[in-house]
Design a protein around this ligand. Structure first.
Ligand SMILES: [Zn+2]
Ligand SMILES: [Zn+2]
Length: 259
């Protein structure tokens, strides 16, 4: 189910109209942004901790040592995905911002997140040319409660900016998981195992896809999604997430805790 350009366009027009009526708020301080048309206050932007190079060749986390290829979480491990990218470190500011985006329906914040993602990684993503962007799904009960899937909101904007179709239907989260933030790494992996499946009986036939999500902490969620896609025949799997937690900090709040 590839979203049509027309549907995406209609959505964008509706959002533009809403932006004219309701002034845009800053994704960090939540005050009205000036000048009109800006996506964030200039001072607030300076406070965000962008992922700097060198970064982990696997998950995209910022590395402490330039001579390392992988972070301590990824070194020596096998993954179903090939490579990931992250825009910011998941610190208190990003936790607050992404919390408002996700739990208080501040969908406009996605414009800023995605614009920055494209500025940092747009060329690399275009060069890799994924056939499709796949948002990490949330359980339908959670979607009903929240009103939207934050990963889908990000993927739609990313797809619109990069000209890549979005398939929000091929991957399904059919298992309701316990709040993951209360679990250790092993328990999270166990809880997430089997949480996702391909919707159609026939695999979608993609060769290269990019998964999109808001937060990466332990990486269990993305790994589960990637494993399902790989089993369905996808050869190359990359991901983009907005914020990534520090290596070795497995109990950060926010990792899919309520998804
Ligand atoms: Zn601000
Ligand atoms: Zn890593």
């Amino acid at each position: 189910m590839v979203q049509t350009d027309r549907r995406a366009l209609r959505k964008r027009v509706a959002e533009r109209l809403a932006a004219l009526i309701y002034p845009r708020r800053c994704p960090v301080c939540e005050k009205i942004v000036t000048p009109r048309g800006a996506l964030i206050c200039r001072d607030c932007k300076k406070e965000l901790r962008y992922i700097k190079q060198p970064s982990c060749m696997r998950c995209g986390r910022q590395l402490s040592y330039a001579e390392h290829e992988y972070c301590s979480e990824c070194a020596g491990k096998r993954f179903s995905y090939d490579r990931g990218y992250a825009v910011w470190q998941y610190d208190a500011r990003m936790r607050h911002s992404l919390g408002a985006f996700k739990y208080h329906s501040k969908r406009e914040y996605a414009d800023f997140y995605v614009t920055e993602a494209v500025r940092l990684y747009g060329d690399r993503i275009r060069a890799q040319a994924p056939e499709v962007l796949i948002p990490v799904p949330i359980h339908r009960a959670k979607r009903k409660q929240r009103g939207f899937n934050q990963a889908e909101c990000l993927a739609e904007r990313l797809g619109a900016q990069l000209g890549i179709p979005v398939d929000a239907g091929c991957l399904v989260r059919h298992k309701k998981t316990m709040p993951l933030k209360e679990l250790g790494a092993k328990e999270r992996a166990r809880e997430l195992h089997g949480a996702f499946r391909i919707r159609e009986k026939v695999p979608p036939g993609y060769r290269s896809v990019m998964l999109v999500d808001d937060i990466y902490t332990t990486g269990n969620t993305l790994e589960e999604c990637a494993a399902v896609l790989k089993k369905a025949g996808v050869q190359k799997i990359t991901f983009l997430c907005i914020a990534i937690g520090a290596a070795g900090n497995k109990n950060q709040k926010g990792d899919k805790a309520w998804t």
